[in-house]
Design a protein around this ligand. Structure first.
Ligand SMILES: Cc1cc2nc3c(=O)[nH]c(=O)nc-3n(C[C@H](O)[C@H](O)[C@H](O)COP(=O)(O)OP(=O)(O)OC[C@H]3O[C@@H](n4cnc5c(N)ncnc54)[C@H](O)[C@@H]3O)c2cc1C
Length: 409
């Protein structure tokens, strides 16, 4: 049995706690914000096992000027942040060639193909099946030209094992009759599902883990210092030694990884959500609008409209233009929607090649990384937790981790 510290109580950290406790380890979880205090709180809730196409793909060279300059674009860049963003942005563009993007998509498909394994046992043991909604996600295109432009990515998904059913306008209307008849084509992704309440899922998981012996410290980890027999971490309350540390701090992982010998170009893809209480019954499944870059997901507290990407670092100021775009676009698809409640901003942790960092640190085999899951951290949280537990146990990992090594940068 080892003493293991986990930094971060999102989908990745809490799933790691599950798999480590299952192996019989003593686990301490550090997070000042508590369960689901980060990006895991307000996401669109989709188990998106089809999402193997990273944002960096060859179309960015053609589409980026439009995305950066158009008022209806779901992507915004705060220009004052450009000097800090430049290394990440250059890496992102370098990763957008056909060859590199195909490599990333293939590596992501390997993870996504096994993502369900990370959750099946966890959901059963912690009695979380009440949060699962087994309705496939529907991704919509409001113009035939956008649909035709996406055909190469749909074909790549198919080659990588994603089962997709293409729907025409009449089939979309029959499936989701409350939607305006705006959508020319849709892709229904077989085997996907969603959560009715991502943050409650994690809170219930955390309290179940607490009953299994999880220790919880509501404090930030300030420093990490590996040595031969363990890792010393410091918090504002003092220092503690653990046999292993799993770094699962999402978009905030960069500084701690640097202390362990790895300078990773981690950035935040900021995303927003709006909640519409009482509107969940309007649609029966997560519905994405491709050109507008968001999902609408029926959840326990109402309809959640979540998405957009803003490149502006980790500050807390919200972009009203993106929130207006979300509201306007959602009402265009569902005119029955009223006014939303308070908006939420979250930070997707993203590396330039769209792949997470999974594996051991350069400085020490006792520091394990699991961060950088971009738009699919809910989906990959369970599997990432399995990978962390395999490394602590010294078991061979369920897959080749080479594409995800921190040293690739
Ligand atoms: C709008 C939006 C929609 C999304 N939709 C989906 C979706 O439908 N499906 C999907 O799979 N993914 C989705 N995502 C992405 C997903 O939410 C993230 O990838 C995922 O939540 C990342 O989980 P995590 O555990 O790595 O990080 P987080 O959930 O961000 O957790 C990191 C935790 O670390 C803590 N922390 C930070 N620094 C420290 C420190 N020094 N010491 C201790 N603790 C620390 C933070 O408080 C935080 O709680 C979406 C994201 C956004 C923003």
């Amino acid at each position: 049995m080892a003493h293991v510290a986990i930094i971060g109580a999102g989908f990745v950290g809490l799933s790691s706690a599950y798999w480590l406790i299952r192996d019989g380890h003593q686990v301490t979880l550090y997070d000042p914000a508590g369960a689901a205090g980060g990006a895991s709180f307000g996401n669109a809730g989709t188990f998106a096992n089809y999402a193997c196409i990273p944002v960096n793909n060859p179309t960015v060279f053609r589409d980026l000027p439009h995305y950066l300059l158009s008022g209806s674009s779901p992507l915004r860049l705060r220009w004052g942040y450009l000097p800090q963003l430049a290394p990440w942005l250059l890496g992102f563009l370098r990763s957008s060639t056909t060859a590199r993007y195909t490599q990333s998509a293939t590596a992501l498909a390997t993870l996504l193909g096994r993502a369900q394994e990370g959750y099946t046992d966890l959901i059963a043991q912690a009695d979380l099946s009440g949060f699962i909604r087994p309705r496939e996600c529907l991704y919509l295109y409001s113009s035939l030209s956008a649909f035709h432009a996406s055909l190469p990515t749909l074909e790549l998904r198919r080659k990588l094992g994603v089962q997709t059913r293409i729907l025409d306008k009449a089939e979309i209307c029959a499936l989701e009759p409350s939607l305006q008849a705006l959508f020319e084509r849709g892709a229904l992704f077989e085997g996907s599902w969603h959560l009715s309440d991502p943050s409650a899922f994690l809170r219930v998981l955390q309290s179940w883990l607490f009953g299994q012996g999880l220790q919880i410290r509501a404090t930030p980890v300030l420093t990490l210092k590996p040595h031969v027999h363990g890792v010393v971490l410091t918090t504002p309350e003092g220092s503690a030694q653990h046999d292993f540390v799993a770094l699962c701090a999402g978009a905030h992982s960069g500084a701690l990884a640097a202390q362990c010998g790895d300078r990773v170009p981690l950035e935040a893809e900021r995303g927003y959500h709006l909640m519409y209480p009482g509107s969940s019954a309007l649609i029966s499944r997560p519905v994405g609008w491709a050109e507008r870059g968001f999902y609408m997901t029926p959840m326990a507290q109402g309809l959640r409209v979540a998405g957009t990407v803003e490149l502006a670092g980790l500050g807390s100021a919200k972009h009203q233009g993106l929130l207006d775009l979300l509201h306007f676009s959602a009402q265009k698809a569902l005119p029955q929607l009223g006014e939303p409640t308070a908006p939420w901003l979250g930070f997707r942790p993203t590396l330039p090649d769209g792949l997470p960092v999974l594996g051991r640190s350069t400085a020490s085999a006792r520091v394990l990384y699991a961060f950088g899951h971009q738009h699919i951290g809910l989906t990959l949280g369970g599997l990432s937790g399995m990978v962390v537990a395999d490394q602590v146990a010294g078991r061979e990992s369920v897959m080749d981790l080479t594409p995800f090594a921190a040293s690739r940068f």
